[in-house]
Design a protein around this ligand. Structure first.
Ligand SMILES: Cc1cc2nc3c(=O)[nH]c(=O)nc-3n(C[C@H](O)[C@H](O)[C@H](O)COP(=O)(O)OP(=O)(O)OC[C@H]3O[C@@H](n4cnc5c(N)ncnc54)[C@H](O)[C@@H]3O)c2cc1C
Length: 282
């Protein structure tokens, strides 16, 4: 997200200490924004642009940052918490549903933020995105921290399903010319493939579900097995269903011998569970 990346963060990514990723914390902030536009990017991806004066100062330097979205109730009201001495305090009324999403693109001049929703069968976030209309409120908390992965690895492997596409697209936009990237991404069909612009040399491997249920390991695992990794010192990033992310990470460590410190894997959702965010590290 170049518009939001300040010079210190740029330096941290471009001149890493021994190519080590760095975690940085940000002051926590919760914003009340409103929908400015809704656009269907692909059959299963809906882009909602939110904006408002409260977006001033928004910063998201890490490609896999996340914000917490707070959704309005059925009657359209949005019950956002206020900061208190013991953490956030909710007023009277039902608490809003909350889910994690990637800040896809922040436009500081227009004060807008894009969020891409991968559409699936059920859930308050998906339901809200499908009915979203200009003028409706949305709460956006964070990002509270960023994980900055140096861009000068010899290669960058990015693997995921529909929910990972916003972060993958951000990474490809920030990798410099001369970088080598390999993307293995699972979507339902060819119509769900998105453009992945950026200056890096990119090998794309799209995997299709053809109407099958998301969250199965077989297709991504087979695509990874067939994928030749370039020589040198690389970094692999995985985001998908919990079991899939864990299994792909084990595959990279076991079959490819990648060091654990060079593989970041996260559950962006978990079959049969709601609002899951797990990281798999040693
Ligand atoms: C750090 C982070 C960043 C994320 N960024 C994005 C993003 O930019 N875009 C995005 O679309 N998602 C993103 N996700 C995933 C998103 O938060 C989850 O998919 C979330 O569960 C969706 O909420 P929901 O209310 O629609 O469904 P929930 O109420 O959470 O779940 C309802 C049911 O749907 C299932 N389910 C949840 N997600 C999916 C899915 N994608 N496919 C199939 N079944 C599913 C659950 O297992 C559950 O059974 C991110 C998650 C994390 C942790």
């Amino acid at each position: 997200m170049n518009t939001a990346m300040n010079e210190a963060h740029r330096a941290a990514i471009a001149a890493p200490d021994g190519r080590r990723p760095q975690r940085v914390r940000h002051a926590s902030r919760l914003r009340r924004l409103e929908v400015r536009a809704v656009e269907r990017v692909t059959p299963h991806l809906l882009r909602v642009t939110v904006g408002g004066d409260e977006l001033a100062g928004f910063s998201s330097p890490g490609f896999d940052d996340h914000v917490k979205l707070f959704f309005p109730a059925e009657d359209g009201s949005l019950n956002l918490p206020t900061p208190g001495p013991d953490g956030p305090q909710f007023g009277a009324g039902p608490r809003p549903a909350m889910r994690d999403y990637t800040p896809r693109h922040y436009d500081a001049a227009a004060q807008t933020l894009q969020i891409d929703f991968a559409l699936h069968e059920a859930g308050p976030a998906t339901r809200w995105a499908e009915q979203a209309r200009v003028g409706q409120p949305l709460g956006v908390g964070g990002p509270r921290g960023s994980f900055l992965v140096p861009t000068d690895f010899d290669w960058h492997l990015l693997i995921g399903d529909d929910t990972a596409l916003p972060a993958i697209a951000r990474r490809l936009a920030e990798l410099p010319a001369g970088a080598r990237a390999i993307v293995i991404a699972e979507v339902d069909g060819a119509a769900d493939e998105i453009e992945l612009p950026g200056p890096a040399a990119l090998a794309r491997h799209w995997v299709h579900r053809h109407g099958g249920a998301p969250g199965a390991i077989e297709a991504l695992s087979a695509a990874l097995r067939q994928c030749a990794l370039p020589p040198g010192d690389g970094y692999a990033w995985i985001a998908a269903e919990a079991g899939v992310a864990r299994a792909l990470r084990a595959q990279l460590l076991g079959e490819r011998g990648l060091p654990a410190a060079r593989v970041k894997a996260a559950a962006y959702w978990k079959r049969g569970a709601t609002a899951v965010h797990e990281r798999y590290e040693d």
